[in-house]
Design a protein around this ligand. Sequence first.
Ligand code: NAP
Length: 607
Amino acid sequence: MLHQNIPQTLSPLSPEQSAQMQALMTSLNPVQQAWISGYLAATASVAAGAMPALPAAPVAAAAGKLTVLYGSQTGNAKHVAQDLVDKGKARGLEASLINMADYKPSKLKDEKHLAIVVSTYGEGEPPEPAQKLYDFIGSKKAPRLDGAQIAVLGLGDTSYEFFCQTAIDFEERLVALGATVAVERALLDVDFDDHAPGWIDGAIDVLEPALKADGPPANSNVVPMMPGLVADAPALTAYTKKSPFTAEVSAVQKITGRDSTKDVRHLEISLEGSGLHYQAGDALGVYFENDPAEVDALIEALSLDGDVLVRLGEAEKPLRAALIEDLELTQSYPGFVTAYAAAAEIPALQAFAEDKAALRDYLAERQIYDILREHPKPIAAQALVDALRKQQPRLYSIASSQKEMEDEVHLTLGVVAYDAFDRAHMGGCSGFLGHRVEEGGALRVFVEHNDLFRLPEAADTPIIMIGPGTGIAPFRAFLQDRDADGADGKAWLFFGNPHFTQDFLYQVELQSYLKSGTLSRLDVAFSRDQAEKIYVQDRLREHGAELYAWLEQGAHVYVCGDATRMAKDVHQALLDVIAEHGGHSAEEAEAYLSALRDTRRYQRDVY
Ligand code: NAP
């Protein structure tokens, strides 16, 4: 221990150095001693090539280190977790960033300082990459975590009933295992960008003393920062969500037939000059503009002046421009109703405060435009702006491979369009991309990487792709990629849509991939071409024996498309196929599919 006398017989120090060190040590408090100890140990291990190794100090395995685990589907939780790590490092802390999908649950018992940043999907479910850890901490295998300090940040969307449920579950389960909440959890809505930095700063303020008191972890090869030094800035990507690239739309083409019930568009966007790179499996983030005609109607209905200046954070701009460019007017959510009801004093809307279920039903059918048109009370322009939330870019699975398309990126876009309340409704971004942006028009975009939806490394590994509707998008990218590589692995695609004649997306291309051998098998389920509905999962069951044989040959399975119904039904069909054709019990089939997921052989991009 540092505060004991330094034994002269073991010390390589001269008597004079020994005395100086003794004097210094007695003047330090325990936190300072721990810091110096870590600093010297780490400096020595960095210089280990030139110096004989010192015996390692008996420090607890993960003491002094902040482990930041993130569970992210669309990248938001990952970016927030990255900010936490970067800011921690800038303050001289050792912090590591780990995707929950890559984290060995058995390591949990060694964590002393743990931050969790996790989003929530659907009906309170964890994102795909968080599932394994989530299941583990709720299982009997979970270890005691007494002495561990935790900080939890949840991301979610208040339009959903089970807002941030996964983050709540994580915290509750970790606490049940003995962990202590060190930082009050934050549950953030889609405008998390405005609130996460404050929580991160506060969390670091709380965690810093305990982390520093614990000293650096054993085997650390990171030299703690000397006070006053500034950490390396995180690597900068040129174009990101916060500073998107202004791209040019080169083509927009409807790819469903004239009589289709669906309006699906193929988009080609030029990334020329951006230096942006994407891989098959990544998504493109897109900012959009609200419909100027809708905005004008709204301004008139509310008797507002479109030219009046309003504040948006630090900036000021005319109300009309803010409504078109910056604010969310399509996706409704409870916070808007509450804020607007209060600002405009509308009893009918204020009453929803007492009945959350009724509010959700009300919101499910209405865009923000509908709510404002139903209750057009004149309020101050600034009060309206303050009630609205900032537009969030939409993410679309990329439908092309850069190996083939170079500076272009392609999307497969389902345009949301329906009539309700005597008004034609259109999706905010899909309406803009499908109907308002013109060829040659500008679009602000960024690439959102998704390492959890990737082709197998080996070009000869078989792949099974299940992508009904616009879920076909990433598989077009996969096929282009494999074609460009001349990959010889088998590839099997399951595609479904209502009608063969109207909705067979990319039919010609797929048939040419079948011809060339890039695609080995194509099974289609046109749901409404016969009296009984037929879905992709029916095709999976029909070809169960062969499907199971592919799995046994090491095939990777991918699912893309609707999360609420399709992905669940396909999951069940896979379980049934594994049980029936592998001769497994239901539990064994579950274990088989979980093992595929854990080894990245079962990947989903569902939304
Ligand atoms: P889609 O709505 O997923 O439809 C594609 C095909 O899947 C259709 O033939 C459809 O049949 C069929 N289908 C319907 N229910 C299914 C199920 N439980 N299992 C398997 N197949 C099923 O395709 P899309 O219009 O291209 O939409 C793609 C995306 O839009 C979805 O991933 C989702 O994000 C969004 N979307 C969501 C919902 C929703 O309520 N959650 C609805 C529409 C679109 P039928 O239509 O003939 O039944």
